[in-house]
Design a protein around this ligand. Structure first.
Ligand SMILES: [Zn+2]
Ligand SMILES: [Zn+2]
Length: 186
């Protein structure tokens, strides 16, 4: 899902920065509209990204960035909303496509280069902002560490209200296997 890619104002002009050793450009973005997050949940605060890009020499640009936002997800057990504040630190190193040959042997040896290449006078920060947020969204989240979840029998949220349903219900799929095993053994 590319919910951030192409947001125009997340691009930084680095034409000058590239040529000047030690030059540094500070930036600060605030996304006015919260992009959709799909089935995972929703943003509940605008995404803000701020930091700097520094020409550290050797044709490399160093990015240091802080990303702040807030995401609402659902508890994996009871489905109640869970708010997760994000305060993320990112560092990355960029190298212009033109300089690739100077530092990296362009052979298909399966090596993953430790830098990100760009081929423009503009550096687009939206891919790294999106990737960083997505990598930090947990697969499972719980409203409380001991959330008892929904009752598998009556569907009641056992955090709010206890029900009298039996604690253990055999999985119907296991039931089929048990019957099959009994048949084979007889
Ligand atoms: Zn829960
Ligand atoms: Zn129940």
């Amino acid at each position: 899902m590319n919910w951030l890619i192409g947001v125009e104002h997340m691009k930084i002009f680095i034409g000058r920065l590239r040529k000047e050793l030690g030059a540094r450009e500070e930036f600060s973005f605030l996304l006015e509209e919260n992009p959709p997050l799909g089935e995972e949940g929703a943003f509940t605060k605008p995404i803000s990204a701020r930091g700097s890009i520094t020409n550290t020499g050797g044709d490399f640009l160093d990015l240091e960035m802080e990303i702040d936002t807030e995401v609402e997800l659902s508890c994996s057990r009871c489905l109640e909303p869970v708010i997760l504040p994000f305060h993320l630190q990112v560092t990355e190193q960029y190298c212009h496509e033109e300089d690739r040959g100077k530092y990296f042997v362009d052979e298909d040896d399966g090596m993953i280069t430790p830098v990100v290449f760009y081929n423009d006078e503009w550096l687009d920060l939206s891919p790294i902002v999106q990737e960083t947020i997505m990598l930090n969204i947990p697969m499972r989240v719980l409203c409380t560490p001991d959330c008892p979840g929904l009752c598998p029998v009556c569907g009641k949220n056992r955090k709010e209200d206890d029900c009298d349903c039996p604690q253990f219900q055999p999985d119907p799929r296991l039931e089929v296997l048990t019957q099959l095993r009994a048949k084979l053994q007889s």
